[in-house]
Design a protein around this ligand. Structure first.
Ligand code: BGC
Ligand code: ZN
Length: 370
């Protein structure tokens, strides 16, 4: 069967390759779930892997099949599988366990080992192929009524985990009730964070570069009942803080820019939580960060910074549940994220090209029909 692969660490090596058809019996103890891939979303991670910035082929291969955001339909299950059955719609998590205590208790998303195994990213083949098989632990059911958003299950899990981690850590404060949230970035992660904060009743400001007028991202943020703030319209986190005369209680940073991540430390409120989710490559240094002032304010203000990456099956379920509630509260808004569908695995070159423009909200491949 066909698969889209790269040859790390070579640059621009994306190509079509062949993989053997997987079988339910490839997974031990009757725990296998064989899935037909219907849609796969791609993001900046896939672009950076193709740029040779990271990613490694699985042992014994000189290529890595990419794609870590999948939506598919169960074809066959092993004898021990009860949680899904043939015909069910599913997504599948990205990380696979290493050897740490966290990996052993099902928390590979917070592994304490430096090497991590991720389908489509590092040392494990991904989902840009026709079928895959995996252990039932990693397969997450998508309700039939949510199949139109199934390809967003993985990005939604990343956001759900970030917010969950911040809220868990904030229990240190006993009575903390966040009212104002800033979301930095209006890519898929920023928009889904906007949704999830709105579902918690917060007043949300979503920041991005582009003007609001005629801008789909602004339309989506506004559709969720948030305020969209474009730097090109002169609206920045600092200008909104000045207008509100108060700092935000919680900030979700998803711009991909380390400068913005650090600058966010300047305007987080007392007792607040700052969530960092950008995976920033390169080794740029920053000037003009008022380090003493930030240090002092963070100490006197009991502020929290939480870094977050990846999501396990529990976060996939939280993400899917949030999108489902979102459909009831803000009908039809989330599907506007799905801007750039492409037909079939053969469109891999166009897929990479669209990612490289950096201008598409969401590129995804329709791998097969049901
Ligand atoms: C993926 C995460 C992954 C991270 C680091 C992101 O693009 O969505 O699941 O953990 O990259 O590789
Ligand atoms: Zn990703």
């Amino acid at each position: 069967m066909k698969a889209v692969a790269v040859r790390p660490p070579h640059k621009n090596s994306v190509h079509l390759t062949e993989l053997p058809m997987p079988k339910v019996s490839d997974i031990a103890d009757g725990r296998g779930v064989l899935v037909k891939v219907l849609k796969v979303g791609v993001d900046a991670t896939d672009r950076e892997i193709n740029e040779g910035l990271y990613g490694n082929a699985p042992q014994g291969y000189d290529f890595l099949v990419i794609g870590h955001e999948c939506f598919g339909q169960v074809v066959e299950v092993g004898s021990a599988v009860t949680k899904v059955k043939p015909g069910d719609y599913v997504s599948c998590t990205v990380r696979r366990p290493g050897g740490s205590i966290f990996d052993k208790i099902g928390r590979n998303d917070v592994t304490s080992e430096l090497t991590y195994y991720e389908r489509g990213i590092n040392l494990r083949h991904g989902y840009l192929t026709e079928y895959f098989v995996d252990d039932m632990e990693y397969v997450v059911r998508i309700p039939e009524g949510m199949k139109h958003l199934g390809v967003l299950a993985e990005p939604s899990s990343v956001v759900a985990k970030g917010i969950e981690q911040a809220l868990l850590a904030q229990q240190r404060l006993q009575v903390w009730q966040p009212e104002i949230a800033f979301v930095l970035g209006s890519g898929q992660i920023g928009l889904l964070a906007t949704l999830m904060f709105r579902l918690r009743g917060m007043q949300v400001f979503t920041f991005a570069r582009q003007k609001a007028e005629g801008n789909l991202k602004a339309e989506i943020a506004t559709g969720y009942g948030a305020t969209y703030c474009g730097a090109q319209d002169g609206q920045t986190p600092k200008s909104v803080v000045a207008e509100l005369k108060r700092d935000p209680d919680i900030i979700f940073e998803a711009t991909g820019s380390a400068r913005q991540a650090f600058e966010a430390m300047e305007y987080l409120g007392l007792n607040g939580a700052l969530i960092w989710s950008s995976v920033t490559g390169g080794d740029a240094k920053l000037d003009n960060i008022p380090a003493n002032k930030i240090n002092l304010e963070w100490v006197l203000g009991n502020k929290l910074l939480v870094g977050t990456v990846n999501g396990n099956w529990k976060h996939f379920e939280q993400g899917i549940a949030a999108m489902a509630l979102g459909e009831l509260m803000f009908p039809g808004v989330t599907e506007k994220i799905l801007t750039h569908p492409l037909p079939g695995l053969e469109s891999y070159a166009q897929m990479m090209h669209l990612l490289e423009t950096g201008e598409c909200l969401k590129v995804f491949i329709n791998v097969a029909d049901e």
